[in-house]
Every structure is written in C-alpha cells, then in structure tokens.
Design a protein around this ligand. Sequence first.
Ligand code: ZN
Length: 112
Amino acid sequence: MSNLEFKIPQEWEERIKDSWRSFIPEIAKDNLGIEYLRNLRDEKIYRISIRDTNGEKIIMCNNCEGEVSTQRVVHLIYFNENSTNKIKTEYVPYCKKCDNAPQVVGDPVYRF
Ligand SMILES: [Zn+2]
C-alpha cells in the first residue's frame, strides 16, 4: 500500500480544474496488479475488484471489505448572484460503514 503511485487517468484530467467537484478519481496499481481508486479531494482509498461471475468491476472498501456505495451529489450553477439555472451532477463513492455520506448538495459552480 505504501508505495502506490496514484495518477489521474488522462480522460479525467480536465476534472482537476473544477474546484467545485467532490470527487476527482486517481488510480494506482500495486505489484500484484490490483487497482486502487483514490479520491484526490479527501484522499480516501478504495480497491477495484472484479466480480467473478461477469467480469464487472466493483469498488470495495479497503478498510472493511464491503462494497462501496455512490452518493449522487448536485452542484448548483450560478450564472450571476441571483439566478440558478442548472445543476451539475456527480457520483461520489463512499463506504456506508466507514465513511460519512458525502453532502447531497456540493459546492456551487460559479460561471460569470
Ligand atoms: Zn468500509
């Protein structure tokens, strides 16, 4: 675990510019080929596991081995001080046993 090198996958690199995001995923692989997922925002680490039956990838808690849940988080987009026109939605992983659920309403997005 200690020598894991986390990197934001290229397809998600743009997300780091969005200060409002609750979740910016980083991926690392250990010397056994096991993949880990870290949220750059809070540095929580999860493990990516393959379900035997159909090869589907699932995210496991590295702490309790439970399957990780996702919380839908909405961000209000403010175009000026008084108008709220739209929302942005993201899905934030968290462990129901070990983590506090992410806030349902995340940081606002300001577009002036
Ligand atoms: Zn857990």
